[in-house]
Design a protein around this ligand. Structure first.
Ligand code: C2O
Ligand code: CU
Ligand code: CU
Length: 478
């Protein structure tokens, strides 16, 4: 993103309110048996993405809010979420990263019929894992997600974990036209076969980020979620040392990220402990420099003048409690390989910087630019394709993801968390469980999981354009 293509990002001086960015942990009685009732309505709405002095953009929203409301659920507590469709097209809701019964997974034609306009569907599940997740439609995904339908889903630990503040940053990337409206042209051939629809405006919790007001000495649990269609991010916190506590909702050994940057492909989440060790009154930038030469300031940590909350720095943050994930049995594992193929030649991180971006091209929605193991499944999952492979319930699967293409792909598996074993032959240093594994061009990543949950499950790239254009498959657990 250069300054020319990102004129909206500099227009943040007028934004004063930061309250929308900080959500403190509500106190809720831990009554694990009662069913938590929630409701979501997807419908056309408007969003002031670029700030209060700009005309609002027409958007699609859950409960009239972009992003949708933060759903804070509790680990082990059953929830019933009633979804109403106020759009003029079919939709569903997928609870990204939650291990739940197949019928609740929200994939139209595969796990449920689509929710027709005016109709509804009730999702019921009990989140087994605490952590940071999110929800989004799984129908006409590129357009519905790209017009704003997404929200954070936080599952609180059964036993609360103490931080001074618990903050979510749900990041979305928009391609706005000159009039401030969301640009059309979803699914252009250019986007589909290259880096996907990377936009020109990044928001945090639905707004161009203002300064984030912080207090010296406080320890924040910051939940980062990349809800972009295609934009990858690599965040650096100037003057701070974030400690990674969880990846894709699953706790890991607390560690500093490699080269200090937090890399988030679309759909990925990272929870960090952020100790405010800066100076009262100081200002520190949060920089995204994923795309070479296109670094920009996402937001600024603005310290108030108050003296530090603490006389001396805190000890290193403790690990979060582990979730009840089944342990893979690597010695008796079934091996499967997923090979990613297709896309344009050349490659790199970003296509269409400058002139090519947003170029009018005939839509290729439904046509295939990509393939998995030689087969292209396009759309959202409704094409009744035979499963790529079938696993016996309870078996451990050693899954190799091999990227033969020249592009980056955040590969996402529904219904399971993958234990990430190695990348390009080197063991992954901290035990990591991920539902979305980012593959650089030519990367090979080996993962393992226990097929403990029966049903037909999606496995796809979370760059929405890639998913729609063939980088998707299904596997079955019987
Ligand atoms: Cu975020 Cu098919 O999922
Ligand atoms: Cu998912
Ligand atoms: Cu991809």
């Amino acid at each position: 993103m250069n300054s020319a293509s990102n004129r909206f990002l500099s227009r943040r001086g007028f934004l004063a309110a930061t309250t929308g960015l900080a959500i403190s942990l509500p106190m809720r009685p831990a009554r694990a048996s009662a069913v938590d009732e929630r409701s979501l309505k997807a419908a056309p709405s408007r969003a002031r993405l670029a700030g209060p002095d700009r005309p609002p953009a027409s958007a699609w929203a859950y409960n009239d809010s972009v992003p949708g409301p933060v759903l804070r659920l509790r680990q082990g507590q059953p929830v019933r979420i009633t979804v109403e469709n106020g759009l003029a097209e079919d939709t569903t809701v997928h609870w990204h990263g939650i291990r739940l019964p197949n019928a609740m997974d929200g994939v139209p034609g595969l796990t449920q019929p689509p929710i027709a306009p005016g109709a509804g569907f009730t999702y019921e599940f009990t989140p087994p894992d605490a952590g940071t997740f999110w929800y989004h439609p799984h129908a006409d995904s590129l357009v519905q997600l790209g017009r704003g339908l997404a929200g954070a889903l936080i599952v609180e630990e059964a036993e609360p974990v103490a931080f001074d503040r618990d903050v979510i940053w749900l990041m979305q990337d928009w391609r706005l036209a000159a009039d401030g409206q969301i640009a059309g042209g979803f699914g252009s051939a250019m986007d589909a076969a290259m880096s996907g629809r990377v936009g020109n405006l990044v928001t945090i919790n639905g707004m161009v980020p203002a300064d984030q007001t912080v207090r010296a000495g406080e320890r924040i649990r910051l939940r980062l979620a990349n809800a972009a269609l295609a934009r990858m991010m690599a965040l650096r916190f100037e003057g701070h040392r974030p400690i990674v506590l969880a990846i894709d909702g699953q706790p890991c050994k607390p560690h500093e990220p490699e080269d200090g940057r937090l890399v988030l492909g679309p759909a990925m989440r990272v929870d960090i402990a952020l100790d405010m060790q800066g100076t009262p009154g100081g200002r520190y930038r949060v920089i995204d420099d994923f795309y070479d030469g296109l670094a920009y300031t996402l937001t600024t940590l603005a310290y108030d003048k108050a003296p530090s909350l603490r006389a001396r720095p805190l000890d290193a943050p403790p690990a979060l409690p582990r979730n009840p994930l089944p342990e893979p049995d690597l010695h008796n594992a079934v091996r499967q390989e997923i090979v990613l193929q297709g896309g344009m030649m050349g490659g790199g991180k970003l296509a269409g910087v400058g002139g090519m971006m947003g170029m009018a091209m005939p839509g290729v929605m439904g046509s295939a630019a990509w393939a998995i193991n030689g087969m292209s499944m396009t759309g959202d999952g409704h094409a009744g394709m035979a499963p790529q492979f079938t696993l016996r319930r309870g078996a451990t699967c050693r899954l190799t993801l091999r990227n033969e293409t020249a592009w980056w792909h955040p590969m996402h598996v529904h219904g399971f968390s993958l234990s990430v074993l190695s990348r390009n032959g080197s063991p992954v240093p901290h035990r990591q469980w991920q539902d979305t594994v980012l593959l650089a061009p030519k990367d090979t990543v080996e993962c393992a999981f226990v097929a403990d949950n029966p049903g037909d499950w999606m496995l796809h790239c979370h760059v929405a354009d890639h998913q729609m254009a063939g980088l998707m498959t299904v596997f079955r657990v019987t």
